[in-house]
Design a protein around this ligand. Structure first.
Ligand SMILES: NC(=O)c1ccc[n+]([C@@H]2O[C@H](COP(=O)([O-])OP(=O)(O)OC[C@H]3O[C@@H](n4cnc5c(N)ncnc54)[C@H](OP(=O)(O)O)[C@@H]3O)[C@@H](O)[C@H]2O)c1
Length: 332
């Protein structure tokens, strides 16, 4: 199953792999931004297994693991780099050596220098999709970056670009300003539909790259047993956007919805994570979910969703019937 990255025409597997967790822990002061300890050897095997299973799209960011995610991904892809489409992001500053998150930088100079750092860590001469990571940046500041991004396309250092933002108005303004803007990356899952963003993507020819497609792991159903994540896992933090986890455990009101979905997905022979991905494909032809992973087994299960494709219309209707008024409020 394939999808196109909006008007760029770049073809990708309908499933991408989100590479945040494989960056390992990184922190800024007392704030944890990683997903706790990971095993680089297992991350490498997981990337290689994704390739074997037909996945050709990988999403990372310069800041994940303060550069470490890009290093692990680049090494794992090795000589297969040209078989895949790599998306990365810039905007957050960090210290690669100490694995510290420092702050943000929206300047043109940082856009360029951060790209050079990503190319070095990924071991490549171009990035396929370069994404602005600062979701709340004022539109005027983002628009100042469009001409430099178009120059980078001309120079062959990037093929297309996009904005990682949950705000459809920001995304629309960015897309209108530059012909090589091809995607918006935004939060979306069966628990958080985003009608205004989907409408924009379909109308403007943008890929809807879905971050958090498994509600940070909650949609797997495994947090129903009350287990908690490690203290250096971002899900143990009380950020105001941490909807699905509270004190490192699945939030009870959301766990109840995940349990209700399990049965609908099982009737189609899907695991809960496969059902969550299939819902996204059924929702729009523009969506490209990028579930995070930390093991080969997770990659195998998530890539297994590709074989069955989108939910059937009756399955989709059953989900809508269950969740009608029980979703995260939309931002627009
Ligand atoms: N601002 C931004 O641009 C931004 C923000 C967030 C994310 N993203 C991107 O979106 C990607 C995905 O979002 P996300 O990582 O927040 O969350 P997600 O994809 O909703 O959840 C990923 C987590 O779910 C668990 N999981 C995955 N497959 C599983 C399976 N088959 N069975 C059981 N558990 C499974 C794993 O964690 P455990 O095993 O530890 O539970 C995994 O790390 C990120 O990797 C990143 O590339 C971008």
């Amino acid at each position: 199953m394939k999808r196109t990255l909006g008007r760029s025409g770049i073809e990708v597997s309908a499933l991408g792999m989100g590479c945040w967790a494989i960056g390992g822990p990184y922190a800024g002061g007392d704030n944890q931004y990683g997903w706790g300890r990971v095993d680089d050897a297992e991350s490498t095997r997981a990337v290689r297994r994704a390739l074997e299973l037909g996945v050709t799209f990988f999403d990372t960011a310069s800041s994940y693991g303060a550069g470490h995610s890009e290093v692990v991904l680049g090494r794992a892809l090795g000589a297969d780099r040209d078989r895949v489409v790599i998306a990365t992001k810039w905007g957050f500053t960090f210290d690669e050596r100490t694995r510290e998150a420092l702050g943000t930088d929206s300047s043109v100079a940082y856009l360029r220098s951060c790209l050079d750092g990503s190319l070095r860590r990924l071991g490549t001469d171009h990035v396929d999709l370069y994404q602005l990571h600062l979701g709340d940046l004022p539109v005027a500041e983002a628009l100042d970056l469009v001409a430099p991004l178009e120059d980078l396309v001309t120079a062959g250092k990037i093929r297309a670009y996009g904005w990682s933002t949950d705000d459809p108005e920001r995304a629309a303004a960015f897309a209108a300003a530059g012909p090589h803007c091809a995607a918006v990356q935004h939060d979306m899952s069966v628990l958080a539909d985003r009608p205004a963003m989907i409408e924009l993507c379909e109308r403007a020819g943008l890929a809807s790259i879905n971050r958090g497609p498994l509600a940070m792991g909650l949609l797997s159903g495994k947090y129903a047993d009350g287990r908690t994540v490690a203290r250096d896992d971002v899900r143990s933090q009380s950020y105001d956007w941490m909807t699905y986890f509270r004190d490192g455990a699945g939030a009870p009101e959301w766990l109840a919805r995940v349990e209700a979905l399990r049965e609908v997905f099982a009737t189609g022979g899907r695991t809960p994570t496969q059902g969550a991905l299939a819902w996204l494909w059924a929702r729009s032809g523009a969506t490209v979910p990028i579930p995070g992973f930390r093991t080969v087994a997770q990659v195998e299960q998530n890539a297994g969703a590709l074989a069955q494709g989108p939910l059937r219309p009756d399955e989709f209707a059953a989900v809508e019937g269950l969740l009608a008024d029980l979703r995260v409020a939309s931002v627009a």
